[in-house]
Design a protein around this ligand. Structure first.
Ligand SMILES: [Zn+2]
Length: 385
């Protein structure tokens, strides 16, 4: 991969021409230019903390191979992603362990290792209830089990960085405390927990609501309920799937207004993301239909969603198209903010000297973002120019 020394473009926030000088994978300086010969926009690379799969690859499938992980990372680079978390949902411990092994093997490559910032375990310590459990298989849902976390973290060589769980179990607060103590961030999700359980979880260190508003009962008491409870906790960050199908626009608007600094986007993408419209076979749900708008549903029962087929880039585009955010706000929600959550600091992220040279160069075209170049740690990992 070619090491870049400089890159020019229009700053995504100010629209002013800039030149970024790079040195050993880091932004050395940013100069303002009088003019610039490229019409393209420069922004921080995209960051997705919830990727189950992409473009035909599912990190949860038993057939997963190292070459699949490598392929998916390349496809994510093409889509402007410079940092992401492969996400493993509820399954048997041996299946999760096998997936982790393959991902860690792929991380022997330095650039892939830098791109895969951590592994997100979504489950198995989630609610058993229909609705909150979503599409996770009931037979493998279980109570919080610290020894299992320790075993999986050993296989992952310390790379498990985020666990989504439900605090409705008696053992949840203890497990949350232990995770946080070991540098694993804990998110509340797929939950049927009541107010006191959510409050307790936050007190002992839970810091995020995973795809708030989804994986919930179809009918909830008007109040109290676990959506209000999480929304009202100032210290909880919120991730949302803004593909235009998972949450209605007014709900996203309210979430974003309630937590203007602490809401970020996740794609929650499955292997169908990035594939052309058509019908496919899915391990969950049988035959699924992917529309050209990117909605993934059951062919037999089209009102039921069959997961997300959106890339983070298309979630970002949707926010702008729906007038819920400007381009620069949406980009921040898909880059600077998730990374701020993960690193728990906001100063060392984004277009500033001293920060990692994780950058994208793109063009707006009919409310679409066309990626021209992606740089990971100063290396050109994708170019369409
Ligand atoms: Zn989920």
């Amino acid at each position: 991969m070619e090491e870049q020394k400089t890159i020019e473009g229009l700053h995504y926030r100010t629209q002013r021409p800039i030149r970024i000088n790079l040195d050993q994978g880091v932004i050395r300086s940013i100069e303002e230019l009088k003019e610039c010969f490229t019409p393209y926009i420069l922004a921080p690379g995209l960051v997705d903390l919830q990727v189950n799969g992409f473009q035909g690859v599912d990190f949860n499938e038993p057939e997963l191979e190292v070459s699949d992980v490598v392929f998916s990372v390349q496809k994510l680079w093409e889509n402007g992603m410079t940092t992401f978390m492969p996400t493993l949902i509820t399954a048997s411990e041996s299946a999760v362990s096998e997936s982790i092994k393959i991902i860690i093997e792929a991380c022997k490559d330095t650039l892939i290792n830098a791109t895969v910032t951590g592994i997100h375990l979504e489950g198995p310590f989630i609610s058993r209830e229909t609705g909150p459990r979503g599409a996770h298989p009931l037979e493998f849902v279980c109570e919080p089990d610290w020894d299992m976390v320790v075993r999986l973290q050993e296989v992952a060589k310390g790379k498990i960085k985020l666990i989504t769980l439900s605090p409705e179990y008696e053992g949840a607060p203890e497990l949350i405390e232990k995770c946080v103590g070991q540098g694993i961030q804990v998110a509340i999700g797929h939950t049927a927990a009541h107010s006191a359980q959510i409050k307790h979880a936050v007190e002992v260190g839970a810091s995020l609501s995973t795809h708030l508003g989804n994986a919930a009962h179809l009918l909830l008491p008007r109040h109290p309920n676990y959506i209000w409870d999480q929304l009202a906790m100032d210290s909880l960050w919120t991730s949302i799937v803004s593909d235009g199908f998972h949450l209605p626009d007014p709900v996203m608007k309210v979430f974003m207004k309630t937590k203007p600094e602490n809401t970020f986007l996740v794609s929650d993408s499955t292997k169908f993301a990035g594939l052309p419209a058509g019908t496919y076979q899915s391990p969950i749900g049988g035959t699924v239909l992917l529309t050209k708008e990117g909605r993934l549903c059951m062919q037999e029962n089209p009102e039921l969603l069959a997961g997300s087929a959106a890339s983070l880039k298309s979630c970002l585009e949707y926010l702008v198209k729906a007038n819920l955010a400007t381009w620069s706000q949406a980009i921040d929600m898909a880059s600077v903010k998730p990374l701020s959550y993960l690193t728990q600091k906001s100063s060392s992220i984004g277009l500033q000297a001293g920060n990692n040279a994780d950058l994208i160069l793109f063009e707006h075209k009919d409310s679409k973002m066309e990626i021209k170049k992606t740089l990971k740690a100063g290396k050109l990992v994708y170019s369409s120019l």
